[in-house]
Write a protein that binds this ligand. Structure first.
Ligand code: SAM
Length: 215
């Protein structure tokens, strides 16, 4: 994704700790306190400008949502959406997901969404893919048995890689695969997805759940 740097982004983010939660490692096990209820919490890794989570948070007020995004100029757009339309069941984390297993306690997150993650097509970049075995091991540390990861992409290379990665993992089981997710009436689209559907691309979808075999 080409990024336009926005110099004021960092300061705006720091000015709004009520929406972009600072020091997420210190919040491990405390996310229900942040939301002030015991509702389930779902998480989008690489949430971009936040369209998907805004839609879900509005449609499901009894569920809480967290978005993680590593670029300040991108998460700024999600924050601006929240400032325009405050949603008490949505929070953001400005961080690299490399440390994601340190942000959440086991069982604290009910479901993870990986939407249109960067494909990183070169072999030497594979470790950056959010479905690389190293990332799956991190998700497995805080997801517990029966909790899900849903992945969507229009990139067949990333899709097949992810399918193999989940299948090879002792921690996850592939439950559902859909090669035309755009036709599913329950599909909630993301910012990138809207563009890809407009271009005529198919949307590939995977639903997996956590198997409690190893940890
Ligand atoms: C192609 S965009 C998709 C954005 C959004 N999910 C959507 O579908 O519209 C991928 C996003 O993931 C973010 N991202 C990639 N790797 C990340 C990481 N390790 N930690 C946090 N965010 C990451 C990128 O900065 C980018 O904003």
């Amino acid at each position: 994704m080409r990024l336009r740097r926005i110099p004021r982004a960092e300061q705006v983010i720091l000015d709004h700790p009520e929406w972009v939660i600072p020091e997420p490692k210190s919040m491990q096990g405390k996310w229900q306190e942040v939301f002030g209820n015991n509702n389930k919490i779902q998480l989008e890794v690489g949430c971009g400008k936040g369209q998907f989570l805004m839609k879900l948070a509005k449609a499901n007020p009894d569920c809480n949502y967290i978005g993680i995004e590593k670029f300040d100029s991108v998460i700024l757009r999600a924050l601006e959406k929240l400032l325009d339309e405050p949603l008490s069941n949505l929070r953001l984390i400005w961080a690299d997901a490399e440390d994601i297993d340190l942000f959440f306690q086991k069982g604290e997150i009910d479901k993870v969404y990986l939407n249109f993650s960067d494909p990183w097509p070169k072999n030497r970049q594979a470790k950056r893919r959010l479905s690389h075995p190293n990332f799956l091991a991190r998700y497995a540390r805080f997801l517990q048995s029966g909790q899900h990861i849903a992945l969507k992409t229009d990139n067949f290379g990333l899709f097949s890689y992810s399918m193999l990665s989940f299948t090879a993992s002792p921690d996850f089981r592939v439950l559902e695969l859909d090669l035309q997710r755009q036709n599913n009436p329950d599909n909630v689209t993301t910012e990138f997805e809207d563009k890809f559907i407009a271009m005529g691309n198919s949307i590939f979808y995977l639903d997996v759940d956590r198997l409690e075999l190893s940890t």
